[in-house]
Design a protein around this ligand. Structure first.
Ligand SMILES: CC(C)(COP(=O)(O)OP(=O)(O)OC[C@H]1O[C@@H](n2cnc3c(N)ncnc32)[C@H](O)[C@@H]1OP(=O)(O)O)[C@@H](O)C(=O)NCCC(=O)NCCS
Length: 183
């Protein structure tokens, strides 16, 4: 699904654009995937695992998502740079089409500027427009207090915990929490 582009003002006064991904974003998204993976343990990949992402693969991904009827990606652009993205996906299956899954990540230089809040407002609007969707779901890793604060602010509540779901390179095990937002 495509969304209509819109602009908003960051907490530091800069203007940001939120829109569907375009071919011109491919290199920016590849850079963002690689860099963001090394900036936090709360993203589920390490930078060296990003070699599987290619320009051709991203183009196919953008084309698929932009034409799908059950998923949308939003990219946030600040000063011509891809600051991050988010995604909402739901199943077409009769038994599970009431559940939409969402995910988000931004480059560290763009944290705490209100982008996550604005992206989530848009994800919620998209979910609300689909009468089949009764709940939005996501997961976050133990210790990710910024993400948790954002999700609670947007109406998500913790519904469960998967113990030791994440194992870092140094062997540290972290729980993963599930959250649900009823529509
Ligand atoms: C988590 C993330 C998406 C949040 O987006 P963001 O643009 O930084 O969030 P916002 O600026 O819109 O809002 C963050 C809120 O958390 C609050 N906050 C910031 N740091 C916090 C902390 N350590 N503990 C609690 N709350 C915190 C902020 O005050 C703000 O609340 P407010 O708007 O009421 O003032 C972003 O920081 C990010 O990409 N992090 C790395 C990747 C990641 O963790 N992705 C999520 C995986 S589940």
């Amino acid at each position: 699904m495509l969304i209509k582009d819109f602009e908003f003002t960051l907490k530091d006064g800069r203007t940001a654009i939120i829109r569907s991904p375009k071919d011109e974003d491919i290199q920016g998204v590849l850079d963002y995937l690689y860099i963001s993976s090394g900036e936090t343990d709360f993203i589920l990949r390490y930078p060296e695992e990003c070699t599987k992402y290619t320009a051709e693969g991203e183009k196919q991904l953008f084309d698929r998502i932009n034409t799908a009827d059950n998923e949308t990606m939003l990219v946030c652009i600040v000063g011509g740079k891809v600051a991050g993205n988010c995604q909402i996906t739901w199943s077409n299956g009769i038994k599970t089409r009431h559940r939409a899954h969402v995910a988000i990540a931004l480059l560290k230089e763009f944290w705490n500027l209100g982008i996550g809040t604005r992206l989530f407002q848009e994800l919620i609007r998209i979910a609300e427009e689909n009468e089949n969707i009764l709940q939005m779901e996501l997961d976050f890793v133990e210790g990710n207090s910024r993400a948790r604060a954002l999700y609670e602010k947007m109406g998500f509540k913790i519904t469960g915990v998967k113990p030791d779901a994440i194992r870092l390179k140094d062997g540290i095990l972290l729980n993963e929490y599930s959250m649900v937002r009823k529509m």
